[in-house]
Design a protein around this ligand. Structure first.
Ligand code: NDP
Length: 307
């Protein structure tokens, strides 16, 4: 198809100002503009965070997220619309966020921040704080996120175990298990970190049986998608002290409802689905879009094509 008009949908404003990306791409040989819902069908291609039915009328849609679970693949297929995603750019951001969670738990920093709000000088119990070297993290999903997590945690002395479908080795991981051995892989580690896409296969992958398989003193981290976890089962495990704590960036319902018991738990760290945020986000997206505009011109296959 001919690419003449590229729209930046206003929903990307949840992650960066749309005009920053439009400026960054201004030198492309196509017209780039910021659009609302009513501008979608006038474009040949749309860069977006959210799904709208109108995008089925354009030729190419680029998701500014790696996770495209909210996009109806069959409808894209039927309409002949290309869908590309943004995997490949979130390794360092999410890796640093996860390293931050682990350091908070190990060095008790979340407790100090909570105490500071109350103007309370309260040292932890003598045996509460620990250091990371020698501990093991099991990273479930060894793609961009998983590798980024392995790189930052590896530098902090954490031993890394990975889980993926094939079980084939991945650089940065001491050992890799196939996903049919998940319960075994998470049974004896101090940290379980979830970095898989949400698919039919991974929906509620972390259920009561998974939390039961984990050590009582293990921490659970989810930076993937909320529905990879059976959230009530996680809450039960935390309330029963069957886990030491959890760091959660994603939830079954976002924003996390005010009524969720997770908000009130001392050993739960909550971030509002922003593990990958960086002031450079629009540049990282712009580079993927630019690459694909170039490829379209030369007739090469799209980078990060999903449908
Ligand atoms: P990638 O495609 O690079 O990696 C996905 C990995 O998951 C692969 O290693 C793949 O394994 C593995 N995998 C897929 N299905 C299964 C399964 N059933 N069991 C075990 N492993 C499986 O994706 P990214 O790393 O870029 O992103 C992963 C997800 O993280 C996204 O889909 C998104 O939902 C979420 N995300 C969240 C962000 C946030 O802000 N919190 C930011 C970015 C992404 P295999 O090698 O066998 O194919």
């Amino acid at each position: 198809f001919e690419l003449e008009r590229l729209g930046i949908h206003e929903s990307v404003a949840q992650v960066f100002p749309p005009a920053e990306l439009a400026d960054y791409l201004a030198d492309l040989p196509v017209a780039v503009s910021v659009i609302g819902d009513d501008g979608i069908t006038a474009c040949d291609a749309v860069v977006t965070l959210e799904y709208r039915e109108a995008v089925l009328e354009v030729d190419w849609v680029h998701s500014i997220q790696a996770g495209v679970d909210r996009f109806p693949f069959d409808a894209f297929e039927d309409a002949g619309v290309v869908l590309t995603n943004s995997t490949g750019i979130h390794d360092r951001t999410v890796g640093e966020t996860v390293a931050g969670y682990l350091l908070m738990f190990a060095r008790r920093l979340h407790v100090h921040v909570a105490n500071q709000r109350e103007r309370r000088w309260d040292r932890p119990e003598w045996d509460a704080a620990f250091t990371l070297p020698g501990s093991t993290a099991c990273v479930v999903g060894t793609g961009t996120l998983g590798k980024g997590v392995a790189e930052t945690l590896g530098a902090l002395g954490v031993d890394l175990r990975g889980v993926r479908r094939s079980g084939d080795p991945v650089p940065g991981f001491d050992e890799v298990y196939a996903n049919d051995r998940l319960l075994e892989a998470i049974a004896d580690v101090e940290f379980v970190i979830v970095t898989v896409p949400l698919t039919d296969e991974t929906h509620h992958l972390f259920d009561a049986a998974a939390f039961d398989a984990m050590r009582d003193d293990a921490y659970f981290v989810n930076v993937a998608r909320g529905s990879v976890v059976d959230e009530p089962a996680l809450i039960d495990a935390l309330e029963a002290d069957a886990l030491a704590g959890a760091a959660l960036d994603v939830f079954e319902e976002e924003p996390l409802p005010e009524s969720s018991p997770l908000w009130g738990m001392d050993e739960v760290i909550i971030s509002p689905h922003c593990a990958a945020y960086t002031r450079d986000y629009f540049r990282d997206i712009g580079d993927i879009v630019r690459e694909n505009v170039d490829r379209l011109e030369t007739g090469e296959a799209f980078h990060n094509r999903v449908v």
